[in-house]
Design a protein around this ligand. Structure first.
Ligand code: IPM
Ligand code: MN
Length: 369
């Protein structure tokens, strides 16, 4: 198979973790005889530091021309500290999502048996959690009208949703439920927000007309945030708006034990798709070779699924499961044996091209730095 992949390492630990994802892509190319053409572009503070917009034209064009986009992370404390800045690294990622029209962000949350003790939650609460968050990605509070007065006395962020924006993400979430345990939970704030009520009536209508076989239930966001910690196993697919999905997915990472393990995929109507870890740019760790590359590597697995390369996808998962099973991991995983970001990338890249019956032997000789 021949594909072009736009690679946007971005800021902070982005370049380090994406470097490992690239090793994985190269191993897959070699093993399965694909041609994955990788083209690198600037995004976020990495672009701003070169006096460019956070989403330079060249980057956007490269992404529009590519079969898939792989993003590391964006964000830089330099800009966070300046509350008056009108242009921020994050704007780059937001405009990219909007311009690619990737309205649905999928964030799978699956707990690993071996890592149960990593979570501050009790083991019996997080055993066998397997849920997926469908987050609306190109509307809501993130993209509403913004205003502030000159004197700094008031500010406004508008939350707008059109029914069509709800329908398209809801259909994808219902489709996914059908492949899973056939249960969808809509999370909103319909007791307070007009947009919440629009979400509810729209989703009920779709369920009635198109997905009567899917069990649909509802939670208000405040209760959902609590239920996610109290009893995460009750969830199969969670469907929610942009901001609520952003918040719930960071919260859900506590179930898995580290946000460094969570990938995501974003999809639209056509073939356009973007893959990125859900974590941020983690500037404190940048350049130290300690960041966890697994979220980026698992994002490559989601990309392979999108290309309908299921063997490739499964193989990445087997490698990651093996590494975790063997007690290898970066600092955030409190592993039995610590391994650096780059060494973990090298090890998984080498597992990918080796026969499975040699993995045990390879484990004994693993290079940790
Ligand atoms: C995420 C991030 C982004 C978001 C930021 C970096 C713009 O937090 O992908 O979850 O808020 O969507
Ligand atoms: Mn986030």
């Amino acid at each position: 198979m021949k594909k072009t992949i736009a690679v946007l390492p971005g800021d902070g630990i982005g370049p380090e973790v994406i470097q490992q994802a690239i090793k994985i892509i190269k191993s897959l190319e070699q093993k399965f005889d694909h041609q994955f053409e990788l083209k690198e572009y600037l995004l976020g503070a990495a672009a701003m530091n070169q006096n460019l917009e956070p989403l330079p034209d060249e980057t956007l064009k490269g992404c529009l021309d590519a079969d898939a986009v792989l993003v590391g992370a964006v964000g830089d404390p330099k800009y966070d500290r300046n509350l008056n800045a009108t242009v921020r690294p994050e704007h780059g990622l937001l405009s990219l999502r909007r311009k690619l029209e990737i309205h649905t962000n999928v964030r799978p949350i699956k707990s690993y048996r071996k890592l149960y003790s990593l979570s501050p939650l009790k083991e019996e609460q997080i055993q066998n959690v397997d849920l997926t968050i469908f987050r609306e990605l190109t509307g809501g509070l993130y993209f509403g009208k913004k205003q502030k007065d000159e004197l700094g006395m008031w500010a406004l962020d508008e939350c707008f949703y059109h029914k069509d924006e709800i329908v398209r993400v809801a259909r994808l979430a219902f489709d996914e439920s059908r492949q899973r345990r056939k249960k969808l939970t809509l999370v909103d704030k319909a007791n307070i927000l007009e947009t919440g009520r629009l979400w509810r009536t729209t989703v009920i209508e779709i369920q009635k007309n198109e997905f009567p076989d899917i069990e649909l239930d509802f939670l208000f966001i405040d209760n959902a945030a609590m239920q996610l910690i109290l009893n995460p196993r009750q969830f199969d697919v969670i469907l929610t708006s942009n901001l609520f999905g952003d918040i719930l997915s960071d919260e859900a990472s506590v179930i898995v034990g580290s946000i460094g393990l969570l990938p995501s995929g974003s999809y639209g109507e056509g073939d356009k798709a973007l893959f990125e870890p859900i974590h941020g740019s983690y500037p404190q760790a940048a350049g130290r070779n300690i960041a966890n590359p697994l979220a980026s590597i698992l994002s490559v697995a989601m990309m392979m699924e999108h290309f309908e390369l299921h063997q490739e996808e499964d193989l990445i998962h087997s490698c990651v499961d093996f590494v975790i099973q063997e007690g290898l991991g970066t600092m955030d995983m409190a592993p039995r044996q610590m391994i650096s970001c780059s060494a973990l990338g090298n090890f998984i890249a080498s597992l990918l091209v080796a026969p499975k019956n040699t993995w045990g032997e390879m484990r004994k000789n693993v290079v940790l730095h």
